[in-house]
Every structure is written in C-alpha cells, then in structure tokens.
Design a protein around this ligand. Structure first.
Ligand code: 48F
Length: 262
C-alpha cells in the first residue's frame, strides 16, 4: 500500500537536505547550459562542493535546440575528446567537423555531471550577488515562478568561494555587478563590452580566452564570456562552450588550492 503523505514527506525532506547542504558552497554556477554543466562536471569530479542554479524547468540551455530547431550540434576536433569521455556518440561529417545529436549531448552531459556529484537546482533564478570586501561571496536566489508572477517575495542567499556566470548571451551576473557597483569589471571599459556578430571561427577561439575572472570571485564562462569581453557569437557549434566550462573549472580549482584555509 502506498501512502501519499510518505511520498510528500520524502520529497520535502530530501530537497531540504540538499538545499541545506548547498548553503555554503565551494562553487556556485548560474545557468545550466553547456558551459555551466561542463564546469559543474569538472569541479564535481575533483570533489568540490558545487551546485548550479537554473532558472528554467529544463537543463541544457541552448543546446537542446541544435541549429534553428534542427536538433543536431557540430563540434570541432579539439572538443571531440570531451564528448568521448561523456559517452556521447559523435560522427565525422567532414574533416574537422563532427556531429552529435543535441538531445543525446545534453542529457549525456547533465547525467555525467550529476553522477559526478554536481547538484542542480532548477526553477531557481539568481537575482543579485553578495559582495563583501570587494569580492563576490554569495548569490541571492528566488523561485523563478515568483519572478514570473512578479510577486513581492524576498529572496534567500547562499555563500560561495567562487561564482560562475554561465548565463549565456545575457551575462546576467556580470550585468548585475556592473549595475550595482559601476564599471569595475576586468574588461577594457570596466563594463560589459557586448557580443559581436556571428563568426564561428573567431568566436570559438575567443570564448576560451575570454573565460576569466571578471570581478574578484566571479568568473564568466560560455557565451557570457564573449558577451562580457566583446567576442562574436557562434551559433550551433558547441565545442567552445564545453572547453570554456572545462577552463573555468581548472582556473577555479587552481585558485581554491592556492588559498589559505578559512
Ligand atoms: O544560453 P545557454 O545555453 O549558455 P551557454 O552555456 O551556451 C550558449 C549556447 O547555448 C548558445 C550558443 C552556442 O554557440 O551561443 O547560445 O553559454 O544557457 C544559459 C542558461 O542560464 C540560465 C538560462 O535559463 C539558461 O538555461 N539563466 C540565465 N540567467 C539566469 C539563469 C539567472 N539569472 N538565474 C538562473 N539561471
């Protein structure tokens, strides 16, 4: 016999345990697109306490939809090894161009990341940051339906040693920092440089270079990196997103390991 109340109790208790575990994180990632998921996968694999907060019901960001809803993605030579490691099948199309099914790539990445220990909180939007001593020390969260319904409900906060803006084209975290404290980002102008027109060849290279710390404690990865530092967009080629997620994880791991214990 199944008791409906036990089902409810199991869900509420276990969610609360997860949430309490995430009140103090090593790394908080915002956005569960390919860059955020890849960063989370790499950090979780190294045993870091890491969670992603994702506004939508689904993870995967812009990867599900392939190009113009044709659900295939293209990746290049340099990122083949990542899909191989994740167990996502790829097929050579022409020399240097590889194809994957966008659904398989999205679920494969998300599944491996969760199995590695990444905690994903969906339906939660990050609406602000906490800054102490000129450094990001935490994020301000609210339920996405609260934002959508424009309800006047105060948010809650979580703490982190490092935060990743993986919010895609909108680069929402960097934008919040710019809005709240002025042009103090580590860009040429101090503000958000803005994304440039589509150019896959250049965009895929700059996205990795632009994956950096943009304000103390805040890193940008994926499309947000090009939006903040002024690189081009690149459409349905996803290798750069994965490489950017991998790079930001590596940078944060180095930073965390060089820190004196708190
Ligand atoms: O847009 P998205 O997939 O970012 P990405 O990982 O990948 C970009 C590609 O999809 C594509 C491209 C390929 O060439 O250019 O655009 O850089 O995923 C970003 C995720 O962040 C969530 C959003 O719902 C999406 O799933 N997001 C954005 N703002 C917030 C957020 C926020 N304030 N709080 C929580 N989630």
């Amino acid at each position: 016999m199944l008791d409906d109340l036990v089902i409810s109790e199991a869900i509420v208790k276990s969610f609360m345990e997860d949430f309490l575990q995430s009140i103090k994180l090593d790394v908080a990632i915002v956005g569960a697109g390919p860059a955020g998921l890849m960063a989370g996968y790499c950090l979780a694999k190294e045993g870091k306490k890491v969670a992603i907060f994702e506004r939508k019901l689904s993870v995967g960001g812009g990867m599900w939809g392939g190009g113009m809803m044709f659900n295939k993605i293209v990746i290049q030579e340099e990122s083949k090894r990542i899909l191989n490691e994740l167990g996502v099948r790829i097929k050579e199309y022409k020399k240097g161009y590889y194809l994957a099914d966008s659904i398989e790539a999205t679920v494969g990445l998300a599944f491996q990341a969760v199995k590695a220990g990444l905690k994903i909180f969906n339906l939660i939007s990050v609406e602000d940051v906490m800054i102490r001593g000129e450094k990001i020390t935490g994020l301000v969260l609210n339920w996405s339906p609260v934002q959508m319904a424009k309800l006047h409900v105060d948010p809650l906060t979580i703490g982190c040693k490092a935060a990743v803006d993986a919010t895609g084209h909108d680069s929402e975290l960097a934008r919040i920092v710019e809005k709240k404290i002025g042009p103090q980002l580590k860009t040429e102008s101090g503000g958000i440089m803005g994304e440039k027109p589509m150019w896959a060849e250049v965009g895929e290279k700059t996205i990795v270079n632009n994956t950096k710390e943009v304000y103390p404690g805040l890193y940008v990865a994926g499309m947000a990196a090009n939006a903040v530092f002024g690189g081009p967009r690149m459409g349905p080629i996803f290798g750069g997103m994965l490489l950017s997620g991998e790079k930001v994880a590596k940078m944060i791991l180095e930073r965390l390991s060089s820190r004196t214990p708190e």
